[in-house]
Ligand binder design. Structure first.
Ligand SMILES: N[C@@H](CCC(=O)N[C@@H](CS)C(=O)NCC(=O)O)C(=O)O
Length: 216
């Protein structure tokens, strides 16, 4: 049985899945790069599998699933030695689901809306109104962070998904320690984890370089 992840290191949701794979210690995953800049996600072959043409996408034997949040829940359910990353207690799970939807509905759209005109269009700088949406997303996150991690003392899928997006936003609107002390300390806590070092940092570097090239 081969687990295949279609991804690009620069993609925040792809990194969220790569971090989950690392955190769970799943061995022998095949990684396939899908270059969005050359529209590899729009080929007939890819569209046949995923009409929504997004990465990350996971193939587990003949089972195919896309959307980082859905993929991550599936990976913990199927491959987790325990439920620590995505507790089965229904109240805890509901809180994690809320943060996952926060990532899907607020954080990632703010980031994608900021990046798209520069990365896929011909704009050379980020729109001020888009950068304000990132600041508004930080404001919410600052208030949510009443514990070391988003939901208590331990890392859950909520942290993994949100930190993939927020660490990418940090490249566009640097997180100021004084304005966002909780977000800043939380990112540093996440950044000390092996899964972050291995599966998030290389992609952040790739995205940094891409932004630099596009803004020149
Ligand atoms: N909610 C989705 C978002 C996935 C997404 O939009 N990925 C971007 C790359 S970061 C993508 O595939 N863009 C290409 C497209 O939408 O055509 C997830 O969490 O996986």
């Amino acid at each position: 049985m081969v687990l295949t992840l279609y991804k690009l290191d620069g993609s925040p949701p792809a990194r969220a899945v790569m971090m989950t794979i690392e955190a769970l210690g799943i061995p022998d995953v095949e990684f396939i790069d899908v270059n969005l800049l050359t529209a590899e996600h729009m080929t007939e072959e890819f569209l046949k599998i995923n009409p929504q043409h997004t990465i990350p996408m996971l193939k587990d034997d003949d089972f195919i699933i896309w959307d980082s949040h859905a993929i991550n829940a599936y990976l913990v359910n199927k491959y987790g030695e325990n439920d620590a990353l995505y507790p089965t207690d229904f109240k805890k799970r509901a809180q994690i689901d809320q943060r996952l939807h926060f990532d899907s509905g607020i954080l990632f759209p703010a980031l994608r809306g900021t990046l798209e005109p520069v990365v896929f269009g011909d704009e050379k700088s980020f729109r001020p109104e888009s950068l304000n949406k990132i600041r508004a997303a930080y404001d919410f996150t600052e208030k949510f962070l009443t514990s070391p991690y988003l939901l208590g003392d331990d890392v859950t899928l909520a942290d993994i998904c949100c930190v993939a997006t927020i660490s990418s936003m940090n490249l566009l609107v640097p997180i100021d320690d004084n304005t966002y002390p909780n977000v800043s300390a939380w990112i540093q806590r996440c950044a000390s984890k092996e899964f972050y070092k291995k599966a998030n940092e290389p992609g952040l570097e790739q995205l940094t370089q891409l932004i630099k090239t596009k803004c020149e």
